[in-house]
Design a protein around this ligand. Structure first.
Ligand SMILES: CC(C)(COP(=O)(O)OP(=O)(O)OC[C@H]1O[C@@H](n2cnc3c(N)ncnc32)[C@H](O)[C@@H]1OP(=O)(O)O)[C@@H](O)C(=O)NCCC(=O)NCCS
Length: 184
């Protein structure tokens, strides 16, 4: 028996656009299937609706009428000159075609126009291929961060030497790398 051809995405008319409320069902779809899916370290990042409070800006990338990826941009806690790439995801079939890079390009133009000096991302230390994604797009590994839960229940990312002071006992969540790229 001849096996069917693998599902091929197309027609490759990719475009990036800012989020608007009519796109909420698409946002939820791409976030859950592209970012928080079965093959992701961010399975705890599933969403039932667009975040409230909203990110500073969200960009979606589409292939013709199909939305296939997104990026959420936030203020970077503790560094007003930095734009935080809070979440980025591409549907599995659409990965490795430069779409993550297209979204970072839109993010970088937004950051530049809004007066930010750098873009940063906190990346969980789980999949070494993710490192290649950030370095390929000119981010450099800047520091190690530990996600901890403070006594008030809020999650913060702190330097390893600050863990004992900041964290509630037994409240270390994840080890993350801080990636950074200067904006032109
Ligand atoms: C990370 C992610 C957004 C990259 O999107 P993308 O559209 O594939 O990115 P690009 O095409 O611009 O760049 C691809 C590069 O990323 C790297 N890469 C990232 N994830 C990879 C994977 N699963 N397999 C192979 N390479 C991967 C490679 O260096 C690749 O370059 P190559 O094709 O020359 O080998 C996408 O893999 C994804 O959605 N992952 C799951 C969600 C996730 O982990 N998001 C958070 C990242 S911190």
């Amino acid at each position: 028996m001849v096996s069917p051809a693998p599902l091929a995405p197309g027609p490759f008319e990719f475009a990036v656009e800012p989020y608007r409320p009519e796109l909420e069902p698409w946002y939820v779809f791409v976030r859950n299937e592209g970012y928080a899916g079965f093959d992701s370290p961010y399975r705890d990042g599933r969403a039932a609706r667009y975040p409230d409070p909203p990110p500073l800006r969200t960009f979606l990338v589409r292939d013709g009428p199909l939305y296939v990826g997104f990026v959420d941009l936030l203020r970077f806690e503790g560094d007003p000159a930095a734009l935080d790439v809070g979440a980025i995801g591409i549907l599995p079939h659409y990965r490795r075609r430069g779409l993550g890079g297209l979204l970072l390009g839109a993010a970088s133009r937004f950051g530049h126009d809004a007066g930010y000096r750098r873009m940063q991302a906190l990346v969980r230390v789980l999949d070494p291929r993710i490192h290649a994604f950030w370095t390929r797009h000119r981010f450099a590994l800047a520091a190690l961060r530990v996600e901890v839960e403070r006594g008030d229940g809020v999650h913060v990312w702190v330097a390893p030497e600050d863990v004992a002071r900041e964290a509630r006992p037994f409240a270390i969540r994840n080890l993350s790398y801080l990636y950074s790229r200067e904006l032109p």
